[in-house]
Design a protein around this ligand. Structure first.
Ligand code: HEC
Length: 242
């Protein structure tokens, strides 16, 4: 072929003066290559710093044995695991976070949301931690330690204003059934102890399987244990743990 000029790798046969020259990209193209390389380097550096290294650090964490012989975090029961799906399904995460922050990052400890701040170890058994970002309601990472009563949770889900007057949390009444008392010889599983003024005349209010699983999950969110990470920092919120 006579026209080898368009071949970027080869020498031109000659230029105007008859000398052989190598084709180089035009200057503007050199600039854009430089910019593209810079963008690529920034993306790679961010990925390594923000995704790859943290992933490596957190993924090698294993549950630990506490002084009392228990493993932490404990494995969740099957029911509690189902409850987590219900939690995600019902969008609780849109109003509740699950990360107790250090004192430098807000007043979580002084609000009583935990005896200590959350650490990566707390999430080692979780494939999808529901960390959340919104805090229309309190942080729930330690709700099982803070409020261990199953009946309290049933009542609160049925009508948050029974347990928390003035609450703006929506009621999740559809998680409960009413069962006629008449003709029953036994008390149904999951019966809710309704206060007199909220009881449904002639009926038991009964938690459905979803409500029972959800509450089991909430009770499993218990974070009061002192861990090696913050063992020497005390558990008194006033002492500021890190
Ligand atoms: C629209 C926002 C909103 C949604 C959605 C929501 N909550 Fe709440 N939640 C609140 C508010 C506000 C409070 C504080 C008042 C109260 O105790 O009811 C609260 C309180 C709580 C508490 C008591 C916390 C404490 O420290 O006493 C629990 C437990 C709870 N919510 C669980 C849930 C669960 C489980 C779901 C999903 C089924 C859910 N919430 C969905 C707003 C919400």
């Amino acid at each position: 072929m006579s026209d080898t000029r368009s071949h970027p790798d080869g020498p031109r046969p000659d230029d105007d003066d008859g000398r052989q020259v190598w084709l180089t990209p035009p200057e503007s193209m050199q600039h854009s290559l430089f910019i593209a390389a810079g963008v690529l380097a920034t993306v790679i550096a961010s990925y390594v710093g923000l995704v790859a290294i943290p992933n490596w650090q957190v993924n090698r964490l294993e549950p630990v044995m506490l002084d009392n012989g228990e493993t932490y975090p404990a494995e969740r029961s099957e029911l509690a695991q189902k409850g987590k799906d219900v939690y995600i399904d019902l969008g609780c995460v849109y109003c509740h976070s699950q990360q107790v922050r250090q004192n430098d990052f807000g007043g979580d400890l002084s609000r009583g949301w935990g005896m200590r701040s959350s650490v990566p170890l707390d999430y080692t058994r979780e494939e999808t931690p529901v960390l959340g970002t919104m805090r229309t309601g309190p942080d729930l990472r330690n709700i099982g330690g803070r409020q261990p009563s199953r009946q309290w949770h049933y009542l609160h889900l049925y009508n948050p204003r029974i347990t928390s007057p003035g609450s703006t949390m929506p009621p999740f009444r559809f998680l409960f059934d009413t069962v006629p008392i008449e003709g029953r010889t036994n008390v149904p599983v999951g019966r809710v102890d309704m206060p007199e003024e909220h009881s449904v005349p002639g009926h038991y209010v009964v938690a459905t399987d979803r409500a029972r699983a959800l509450v089991e999950y909430l009770l499993s969110l218990d974070h009061d244990q002192t861990l090696p990470e913050n063992a020497n920092r005390g558990t008194d919120p006033e002492q500021v743990d890190r």
